[in-house]
Write a protein that binds this ligand. Structure first.
Ligand code: HEC
Ligand code: HEC
Length: 418
């Protein structure tokens, strides 16, 4: 653990350094322990979960109370004690997620930037808010979003969906939905809609007032926790259907899992990301990595507009470190990376094969491969054209058509009108 100096541990793990992921999902793609040596990791000592583990109880929230649509080998995501799952809360959250009344000028809903057919991202390199302000970052897919241990591209502090939803609702740099400082307007607007006037008190009978930032964000978060995607060809293959993957996809899978390519070090496990936790996870950990996307001034710097984890931790080693996002449904989530700066999967593979991206000229010129801050798991490799096609074919096998078209996640207002 001596190389921890290159990383960061914001919150020390105290008691019980029990095996990570105790009782977690059984998945064939596992993140080995040594993947945790180099890159920044942030531990959260989750007392509640540790207690739960030691008593053999899943925690204060009985996961059995809500029926999750999950394969037998994947445990449900964690659910905060103060926001238990109920079917009617999920439905309220879905209404809110798709409702343009959630933006002050009624031009955008969450779903404007998070479209189901694209695994809940949009097709833009960088998002544009309701007042046309440009966001510096790429809208994130929301596939299995309830499992992430920290939310957004590079923030170890925002770790609950309830809290994350406040960002787009209230944020001012940039404005997304535009209700910062004008929350009362939003509450009054929702109270005037018969559906909400009835639904909020029904879903939150103990909460006064029934329509508040707390209840709005709890309902949205409950809906987001249902965005579960485990029915791709890859999942069916794993469940025993040998025909679910093509031969090319099987070869691509072997490449993905190889020590040479290292993809699985950061995109391992049931959600193809190393920053996830289930209801059974005892040590909650978030990893951030610099993949050599930029190397400004040969010092490993990223463009000043977005430098990743360092903006939060102020630790120089965290320059350019971002969270590894899930690769589920990745074929439909482009453009790629935190700033949408890679357009295709083909170009993403080129970036990793080169051991970091080279930008020949302009303000961001630099050779990512030479970055002193690049993760030691991004080393470059050689693939034949056929092997590259196989790897990309494998990434396509993670597309879950059921998820992309599931009516349970679709716009509820369409059928009925407001
Ligand atoms: C203007 C487009 C836009 C709107 C509107 C928007 N988002 Fe996002 N969303 C983004 C962007 C961009 C990010 C990445 C933010 C970052 O990293 O700083 C993001 C990130 C997220 C994440 C984090 C996902 C992850 O993997 O960590 C969640 C959850 C999310 N949005 C939910 C919502 C919800 C809920 C709403 C409505 C209340 C909403 N978004 C409205 C663009 C948008
Ligand atoms: C050192 C950890 C690490 C390794 C190894 C790694 N990745 Fe990544 N991956 C990341 C991080 C971090 C991001 C986000 C980087 C950013 O936005 O700056 C990412 C982003 C991606 C994206 C874009 C996802 C999106 O929705 O924007 C794809 C696709 C991807 N990786 C595929 C791969 C493949 C294929 C391999 C193996 C060749 C691989 N990765 C190896 C950490 C890693």
């Amino acid at each position: 653990m001596t190389r921890l100096g290159r990383g960061v541990a914001l919150v020390a793990v105290t008691a019980a350094l029990v095996a990570c992921e105790g009782g977690g999902a059984s998945a064939e793609v596992q993140t080995p322990q040594d993947a945790r040596i180099d890159d920044a990791h942030v531990h959260h000592h989750d007392a509640e979960r540790l207690d739960a583990a030691s008593t053999g109880d899943a925690g204060a929230v009985d996961p059995g109370a809500y029926v999750w649509r999950l394969p037998a080998d994947v445990p449900p995501p964690r659910v905060p004690e103060d926001n238990p799952m109920t079917a009617e809360k999920v439905e309220l959250g879905r209404r809110l997620f798709y409702d343009k009344r959630l933006s002050r000028n009624e031009k955008q809903a969450c779903a404007t930037c998070h479209e189901q057919a694209r695994a809940f991202t949009d097709a833009r390199a960088q998002a544009i808010g309701s007042t046309e302000q440009h966001h510096r970052r790429n809208s994130m897919a929301l596939t299995n979003v309830g499992y992430y241990t920290a939310l957004t591209w590079a923030n170890p502090i925002i770790d609950r969906l309830e809290e994350q939803a406040l960002g787009p609702l209230l944020g001012e740099t940039p404005v997304e939905l535009g209700f910062g400082g004008r929350e009362e307007e939003l509450f009054a607007r929702l109270a005037a809609v018969p559906y909400y006037a009835e639904a909020f008190p029904r879903v939150f009978p103990e909460t006064e007032p029934a329509i508040s930032l707390a209840t709005i964000t709890r309902a949205i978060a409950a809906f987001e926790r249902t965005l579960l995607s485990f029915d791709s060809p890859y999942d069916r293959y794993k469940a025993g259907d040998a025909t679910a993957l093509t031969e090319a996809q099987k070869r691509g899978r072997d490449l993905f899992l190889s020590e040479e390519l290292e993809c699985f070090h950061c995109h391992g496990g049931y959600n193809f990301s190393d920053s996830v936790a289930t209801v059974n996870t005892t040590i909650v950990e978030t990893m951030f990595h610099n993949t050599g996307l930029y190397n400004l001034g040969a010092a490993g710097a990223y463009p000043a507009t977005d430098q990743g984890l360092i903006e939060v931790t102020e630790s120089p080693a965290d320059m350019g470190r971002f969270r590894a996002v899930s690769l589920r449904n990745v074929a439909v989530t482009g453009p790629y990376m935190h700033d949408g700066s890679i357009e295709t999967l083909d170009a993403v593979v080129d970036h990793y094969a080169a051991g970091g991206r080279t930008i020949a000229d302009g303000p961001n010129a630099g050779v990512g491969r030479d970055s002193p801050l690049r993760s030691e798991f991004v080393n470059g490799f050689e693939l034949t054209a056929d092997q590259k096609a196989d790897l990309i074919a494998f990434l396509h096998s993670l597309t879950d058509e059921t998820f992309l078209h599931d009516p349970a996640f679709a716009d509820p207002w369409v059928a009925e009108g407001p």
